[in-house]
Design a protein around this ligand. Structure first.
Ligand SMILES: *Cc1c(COP(=O)(O)O)cnc(C)c1O
Length: 387
């Protein structure tokens, strides 16, 4: 399978060769359990602690503030449930502040905490560009807030959030602030010395690391109840034998990212703009979704009026293009994405969404070819629907 026309880097990325090479010894000869006393254990433990240092350094944190998890979703769950429960137990704070444009690992967790665990979900207003309304956010956060959580960048529509301002609003009120930076981390800088954020979720497979490993940054002194109890791993906050090769791979991916981040941004940002301009210019009844300026440098997302988005994805796939609608919406599910509904798009628009995300294999030729082919596919799609 060729990745020649892969336009779905926001869903996942391939593993970099350097990452695979770094992981390999820990899948084979260096197989020890980091909790064991003997030399196998020591080697594995050293590898985990070296990895922790690398991840911490990337966001200017202390290594003791990094908790390794199994994925970005788990990091989100640990932050919301863990900090939420601790704040409820210690202070009686039971309100959760977030928005309806978050990844499901946030929004569905908040919904469940509301339904079954005695919390109250509070959904801050969202602007048409997908950014949280700051006034609405500030009005909802107070001493009864257990935790507030706003994503650093939106996976579906690319909008970047004003994390600095949001973190400061919460910090002034003594409210824990978490950000889901799983999509943002590959392109945006994060510095926990500059930004008074309480917790940050990271995952490695959105920036050329392995799937199935993530981390939660947790500011020193934050009260948290572990989600998974058992052994004493990860400062007793996340039980379970470490996935050593994946943790090592995650750190290698971060190491590459820290030297290449700027060049990765420069590599994709002009291609993204070419794609956006080309598509808006050639396809009638098209809107860019998300913010036109404050958006991820590799992210272009659209809605086409009166188009069947799933059918369009199938047509693109047949033509050799791997794309996404950006939502969890699978074939056969005619419901529009909650994110597109929340930013105010009507059904005739929101059902025709397309997300094109760029990465290391994307070339100008690929982008030009896609701009060439897409108008025909959209128009065929509209004809099939009788529009
Ligand atoms: C991909 C993604 C997640 C989930 O990460 P996994 O490692 O796949 O669990 C969470 N939030 C955002 C914004 C994402 O893009």
């Amino acid at each position: 399978m060729s990745d020649k026309n892969y336009f779905d880097y926001a869903a996942t990325t391939p593993l970099r060769e350097e990452v695979r090479a770094a992981m390999e010894p820990f899948l084979l000869s260096e197989f020890g359990n980091p909790s064991s006393i003997h030399v196998w254990g020591q080697k594995a433990e050293n590898a985990v602690e070296r990895s922790r240092d690398i991840v911490a350094r990337y966001i200017n944190a202390d290594p003791s503030e990094i908790i390794f998890t199994s994925c970005g979703s788990e990091s989100n769950n640990l932050a919301l449930r863990g900090i939420g429960l601790a704040r409820k137990f210690n202070h009686g704070a039971n309100q959760l502040v977030t928005t309806k444009v978050e990844h499901h690992a946030i929004s569905r967790t908040v919904t469940q905490l509301d339904k079954f665990f005695g919390f109250i979900a509070q959904w801050a207003r969202v602007e048409p560009n997908g950014a949280v309304n700051l006034e609405s956010f500030a009005n909802l956060t107070n001493e009864n807030t257990a935790i507030a959580s706003i994503m650093a960048a939106n996976n579906e529509i690319g909008t970047i959030s004003p994390i600095q301002q949001l973190a400061e609003i919460c910090s002034e009120k003594g409210v824990p602030f978490h950000t889901d930076a799983v999509q943002a981390a590959g392109y945006l800088p994060l510095d926990v010395q500059k930004t008074p954020v309480t917790a940050i979720s990271l995952g490695s497979h959105k920036f050329y690391g392995p799937k199935g490993v993530g981390a939660l940054y947790l500011r020193k002194g934050t009260m948290i109840v572990p989600n998974q109890t058992g052994g004493g791993q990860e400062h007793c906050l996340r039980a379970g034998t470490h996935n050593v090769p994946y943790i090592v791979g995650f750190a290698k991916a971060i190491e590459l990212l820290s030297t290449e981040r700027q060049s990765r941004v420069e590599r994709v940002v002009d291609l993204r703009d070419r794609l956006i301009k080309g598509i808006l210019a050639t396809i009638p009844y098209t809107k860019l979704t998300g913010d036109p300026v404050d958006r991820l440098p590799n992210h272009a997302s659209f809605v086409f009026k009166n188009v069947d988005g799933n059918l369009l994805l199938g047509m693109l796939d047949q033509a050799g293009y791997a794309c996404s609608s950006g939502s969890a919406c699978k074939t056969g599910n005619p419901e529009p994405s909650e994110v597109l509904v929340e930013i105010g798009l009507e059904r005739e628009w929101s059902l025709g969404s397309l997300r094109l995300t760029l990465g290391e294999s994307t070339t100008e030729t690929m982008v030009n070819d896609l701009i060439q082919i897409l108008p025909t596919l959209v128009s065929k799609n509209r004809q099939l629907r009788g529009k």
